[in-house]
Write a protein that binds this ligand. Sequence first.
Ligand SMILES: CCCCCCCC/C=C\CCCCCCCC(=O)SCCNC(=O)CCNC(=O)[C@H](O)C(C)(C)COP(=O)(O)OP(=O)(O)OC[C@H]1O[C@@H](n2cnc3c(N)ncnc32)[C@H](O)[C@@H]1OP(=O)(O)O
Length: 194
Amino acid sequence: MSGSSAALQPPADAVKPVRHPDAPAPGELLGAHYGGCFGCGGDQPHGLHLEARAGEGVRITAEFTVQAAHQGAPGLAHGGVLATALDETLGSLNWLLRTVAVTGRLETDFLRPVPVGTTLHLEAEVVAVAGRKIYSTATGRVGGPDGPVAVRADALFVEVKIDHFAQHGRPQEIRAAMEDPDQMRRARAFEVNP
Ligand SMILES: CCCCCCCC/C=C\CCCCCCCC(=O)SCCNC(=O)CCNC(=O)[C@H](O)C(C)(C)COP(=O)(O)OP(=O)(O)OC[C@H]1O[C@@H](n2cnc3c(N)ncnc32)[C@H](O)[C@@H]1OP(=O)(O)O
């Protein structure tokens, strides 16, 4: 297994992550952060429909079952789809910190091929925080939560203001997201719990 690059090593002044007091209880399903999300949304017919659950501390578990629409080589998951599963699981960690953050860097190791029909058991953890930078790591196992690691990743997420999405997203989707009462609640929660 390869180590991650220097850019993913937390600096000397990094601190331990702090679980937000209002974070969902361990075992609780997080639900989708946006219906149109390719990773977790219910409105994407070929999306991953990844289901993430809060763990202890600043940890998440998630499951994703590889569908025929996710192939790269015949009968095997596309590497980019597996990277998406890792990215989505790592992104879910922000909900436990009550921080809005986007992926700045994602380094992925592909250790075993993952056939269509396989359920990937994912686990992710924030390891350190330095200012706006959130350092995290994730694994995806096959054959069960204690099975062999098929994919793993180290990541750096960067905290952004909620305006990031309004500034860079397409107006029609932003409008639709704002009109979804659940999205609105979440956006508000982010704003009152920076
Ligand atoms: C009103 C609407 C309501 C809607 C509701 C929305 C709710 C949404 C909720 C939740 C959504 C979450 C969605 C999860 C989906 C899964 C996660 C994804 O796939 S996210 C998509 C992919 N990622 C991107 O699109 C980022 C694109 N990149 C950027 O936007 C910028 O580059 C950004 C924000 C990452 C950084 O830009 P800067 O200008 O803000 O900051 P700088 O100064 O460049 O970086 C800050 C620090 O980070 C380091 N850094 C940045 N990028 C790095 C990199 N690639 N490698 C290493 N270090 C990096 C820099 O060196 C700097 O470090 P030093 O403070 O100087 O120590």
